[in-house]
Design a protein around this ligand. Structure first.
Ligand code: ZN
Length: 99
């Protein structure tokens, strides 16, 4: 469970090792127990809808001047956002039990 920005950055950093590109998608639910156990900075990161996510992470670590990556985040490039309607999501075919 990721409870703070430092732990989150460590996890997303693993995705992009060896100069390979990676994409991080975070799912959270404000009513979930995991969300309630997060530190304030991680809750703010999750709820943030207006500030570049790269800026938030860098500022957390004290970096205020940095080169933004070409492909940054859903705030810098809104068409990267994913809108999921979970009420329409059906998990009726568990992995390994396809018919
Ligand atoms: Zn950004």
């Amino acid at each position: 469970m990721l409870t703070n920005i430092s732990a989150y950055v460590q996890e997303i950093g693993r995705a992009g090792r060896a100069d390979s590109q990676a994409q991080a998608i975070m799912f959270y639910n404000g009513n979930d127990l995991a969300f309630k156990q997060m530190q304030a900075n991680m809750k703010e990161y999750c709820k943030n809808n207006d500030k570049c996510k790269t800026e938030v992470v860098n500022e957390h670590f004290g970096f205020y001047k940095f080169d933004k990556p070409t492909i940054c985040c859903n705030i810098c490039k809104p068409d990267m956002s994913l809108e999921w309607e979970f009420s329409q999501l059906s998990i009726s075919d568990p992995v390994g039990q396809q018919q």
